[in-house]
Design a protein around this ligand. Structure first.
Ligand code: F6R
Length: 613
């Protein structure tokens, strides 16, 4: 969590930094701060709350300088307060640090530094970095200030432990910034006469699309328009910048009130773009030839939150189309459970950000067990894509809203493409069955285009139900994970109590929470389990529930007879239906949150990428 930005160039860095922080705000928004090198002195401005608060404070203080760093915080060590806001300084006030991640041995270091006379001003783990650099600098007396700072940073890196990325600026080194990446995201942008350091590309995308991705343990030295990367051993490394094809507009709201709404509407394009890659042979992506694909005996899917729900849908796909047994684990559980070692196992990690600490931890465990690893990920250059043996990219473009929407449907789409490709490779699917499933997949984006047009009926419905205390979501088979996802989405953005269940389970307990007027959402496209869902509607209605059915045109008539409201989605094949069925639930969450006046894109207590365990 947390967002870092740094600028060195020829212009006043303040607007670049504030603007970059706004783009990074999805990473955390408890407080924000900026330090600017102004005529040899550091001017630091910090504010509790969102970047808008910092912007007001910075306008008043009006610092100016061509070198600066900024930070938006998601609190881990120490409450959200001005003292705990970054940037943090050493005792002299000449060194400032912005940091993302956790310094695991900070308590030991802090105690040691205090015994050496250092005075701490915050409760954060970050502050130890600034003091440690100061301490190390005392012992490096020769060389130019830039060289001395680098040596002090390198020594500091050997002393701190954990997953972190940080940026450092010293009042004695104008036009110079150092960045360090160790298992937390950090990217570099190279512009004309200016260089950027940031936790994510959108922070500087409007200024440059030339991006350097760093490897773990690397240190980067930034000067205006000039960047030097040092590898783990401190040796200079030639790295070719990558040209990012996202434009800034893609990374912005595009006229919608919220990123969440824009991203729901992005879904037809996101699916289209994702499928463009899926046309390639999955075997190549996995780095396996056909005999090796044929030989796969087990698949473990690991993910968190929404991505986990995509994994649950993926299990139905792989078992149906490829006949390979699949287990789906929450990454935070996989890491700590005993996983029997089985040969010919593929671990698939699903993650929008590619920076989720739990998922990364679980992948490392899978690798220790000798499993091959595949990432299904949306972010180029992210940690997950670097550690996995191969990656299939969901091409959704940047997902800014904390609540995931387009990444979810792209993840499910990718799982389907993977499952049918595996099925073809291992002979579980005939060529003609594969072709049929593939054709249906290629029509999905069009059906999604029709589905997102259904916003109005959902919006209208929410007027009636938005004040309800609790919401229930029910589905079966491939739509069971969609019930879980519908509940998660609603909880996240509207703070309402919501639960998803397998429809067949309600009689085993959950039906007791249904009361007069409780809104119950039934995911019931026409298909093999339609009749069973009709019975579940009756059961809930008999207890006074306000039943909303999400069905396909063929099921409309019967659904009407057992529900208070019917929402229609286009009919696609039974297995692709979840990709569409989730859309009304995304609109539902959005409109309930909007009517309740919630902060939709940045819900309380949440952050977009959860880079701590
Ligand atoms: C839900 C949501 C979270 C994430 C989860 C995993 O809307 O956004 O539940 O899905 O934190 O994040 P990634 O996919 O980045 O690993």
């Amino acid at each position: 969590m947390c967002g870092i930005i740094g600028y060195v160039g020829k212009k006043n860095s303040v607007p670049y930094i504030i603007d970059g922080l706004k783009k990074l705000e999805y990473r955390g928004y408890d407080s924000a701060g900026v330090s600017i090198l102004q005529e040899g002195k550091l001017v630091t401005v910090r504010a509790v709350g969102k970047v808008a608060e910092l912007e007001k404070a910075a306008l008043l203080a009006n610092p100016k300088g061509t070198t600066g760093i900024g930070h938006t915080r998601w609190a881990t060590h120490g409450k959200p307060s001005e003292e705990n806001s970054h940037p943090h300084t050493d005792c002299s006030g000449e060194i400032v640090v912005v940091h993302n991640g956790i310094i695991e041995n900070y308590l030991i270091l802090r105690t040691k530094l205090i015994s050496l006379g250092h005075k701490f001003k915050s409760e954060t783990d970050t502050e130890v970095i600034a003091h440690l650099i100061e301490e190390n600098l005392k012992h490096i007396r020769t060389g130019a200030p830039e060289e001395r700072l680098l040596k002090a940073v390198q020594k500091t890196n050997k002393e701190i432990a954990g997953a972190f990325a940080y940026g450092v600026m010293w009042a004695r080194t104008p036009d110079y910034l150092i960045g360090v990446k160790n298992q937390s995201p950090l990217v570099v942008g190279i512009g004309e006469n200016e260089s950027f350091l940031a936790s994510d590309v959108p922070a500087f995308l409007q200024h440059t699309n030339k991006v350097l991705f760093l490897d773990e343990g690397e240190v980067v030295l930034l000067r205006p328009g000039q960047v030097t990367v040092l590898d783990k051993t401190g040796t200079e490394k030639k790295v070719k910048p990558v040209k990012i094809s996202w434009d800034q507009k893609t990374a912005e709201k595009g006229g919608y009130d919220h990123f969440m709404l824009k991203e729901i509407y992005d879904q037809p394009q996101a699916i289209e773009d994702t499928l463009r890659t899926a046309r390639a042979d999955f075997g190549k992506i996995l780095g396996l030839d056909t005999p090796a694909l044929r030989g796969l005996q087990n698949i473990h899917i690991i993910a968190c939150g929404t991505a986990y729900h995509a994994g649950l849908v993926g299990k139905y796909y792989i078992e149906q189309f490829a006949g390979i047994p699949v287990s789906v684990d929450l990454a935070s559980e996989y890491k700590y459970r005993s996983v029997p070692h089985k040969t010919k196992t593929l671990a698939i990690a699903i993650s929008q950000s590619g920076e989720t600490a739990d998922t990364i931890g679980a992948v490392k465990k899978a690798q220790e067990l000798g499993f091959r690893t595949l990432a299904i990920c949306n972010v180029l250059g992210s940690t997950l894509t670097r550690i996995c043996d191969s990656t299939f990219f969901t091409h959704c473009g940047p997902e800014i809203s904390v609540a995931s929407t387009k990444a979810f449907t792209s993840q499910i789409t990718s799982m389907y493409a993977l499952a049918i490709s595996l099925g073809l490779a291992n002979g579980n699917l005939s060529k003609s069955s594969f072709d049929k499933l593939h054709r249906e997949l290629m029509r999905l984006s069009k059906a999604m285009g029709e589905t997102v047009r259904q916003e109005y009926p959902v919006r209208h419905l929410t007027r009636k139900i938005y004040k309800a205390d609790r919401f229930i979501f029910l589905g079966r088979h491939v739509n069971f994970p969609i019930a879980l996802e519908g509940a998660l989405k609603l909880k996240e953005v509207s703070y309402r109590s919501a639960e998803g269940f397998a429809a067949g389970e309600i009689k085993h307990g959950p039906i007791s929470i249904i009361d007069k007027g409780t809104p119950v959402f039934m995911l019931m496209p026409q298909g093999p389990l339609f009749e069973k869902m009709l019975s579940a509607c009756q059961e809930c209605r008999a207890r006074g529930a306000f039943v909303v059915t999400i069905t396909t045109p063929d099921g409309e008539k019967e659904a009407k007879s057992v529900s208070d409201k019917v929402l229609l989605v286009p009919q696609v094949n039974e297995y692709l239906q979840p990709v569409l069925n989730v859309v009304p639930l995304q609109f539902l969450a959005y409109w309930i949150a909007k009517r309740l006046g919630c902060d939709i894109d940045q819900p309380r207590n949440l952050a977009k990428s959860v880079t701590v365990e």
